[in-house]
Design a protein around this ligand. Structure first.
Ligand SMILES: Nc1ncnc2c1ncn2[C@@H]1O[C@H](COP(=O)(O)OP(=O)(O)OP(=O)(O)O)[C@@H](O)[C@H]1O
Ligand SMILES: [Mg+2]
Length: 228
């Protein structure tokens, strides 16, 4: 059972100026995101996935239309001003702090909003415990990406938005990351990610497909199984 959505988009349009032309990155998108499931935004390069996630996370404004929050998020608050424990965003570029170790990066939100559950289990689950005392520059791209996910999950946010969170993972770790995301969703959070990866799309609870800034398909999986 789905219950109530945590975020609703109504007729959201987002345009960018590029030189003399206007690009419509999102065109009249209406969408509801639900807790308890992993929703994947799919679609070809340039279809609007990053823009959709950025508008939902409040990093980009909509030119028209509305993004509305619902319980357990506070109502009437722009998503860009929500606390980390309410909404966490993982950008494609990760934005790790180079001066902090892997462990310190994951712990960073807990400094702002202590304490929550400890991170050792999270480090283990993401297979980064063995490099917790290294700096991001001493970790692989995939390890850095899992560190950014650990940071986002640290406060168990009600809504997790992650842009291509498996983009740097090998096949085995795609399954690992997805299972961590699913555990978070099945604990009652909403998880929205973007992906090109067929393994991620096949294992999602719901796939929203974009083309030229429009939603062209919205499929709910009949049953979701863990991928390995
Ligand atoms: N800051 C920007 N300025 C101008 N155009 C932009 C900007 N950001 C996105 N666009 C354009 O908006 C459209 C949607 O881009 P978006 O990054 O959302 O696509 P995407 O589906 O995430 O693609 P990818 O799979 O390559 O990451 C594209 O045509 C892109 O060129
Ligand atoms: Mg993108």
């Amino acid at each position: 059972m789905r219950g109530n959505p945590i975020v609703t988009l109504t007729g959201v349009t987002r345009r960018f100026r590029r030189g003399g032309e206007t690009v419509t990155a999102l065109a009249d998108v209406s969408l509801e995101i639900y807790p308890g499931e992993v929703t994947v935004a799919a679609g070809p390069s340039g279809s609007g996935k990053t823009t959709l996630l950025s508008v939902i996370a409040g990093l980009e404004r909509a030119d028209s239309g509305a993004v509305q929050t619902h319980e357990p998020l506070p109502a009437g608050v722009p998503t860009g001003s929500l606390a980390w424990r309410q909404l966490a965003f993982v950008p494609q570029a990760l934005a790790l702090l180079d001066e902090l170790t892997v462990r310190e990066n994951v712990e960073l939100p807990a400094i702002l909003d202590p304490p929550g559950a400890g991170s050792p289990a999270l480090l283990e689950a993401l297979e980064i415990a063995h490099l917790a005392d290294r700096y991001p520059s001493q970790a692989s791209g995939g390890e850095q990406q899992r560190t950014a996910l650990g940071r986002a999950l640290r406060l168990r946010p009600a809504l997790l938005v992650a842009d291509e969170p498996t983009g740097h993972q090998d096949r085995g770790r795609v399954g690992l990351v997805l299972n961590v995301l699913r555990q978070h969703a099945y604990s009652g959070a909403a998880v929205l990610i973007s992906s090109h990866d067929e393994a991620v799309i096949a294992a999602a609870d719901r796939v929203v497909t974009l083309a030229d800034g429009r939603i062209v398909a919205d499929h709910q999986a009949r049953s979701a199984g863990y991928i390995r």
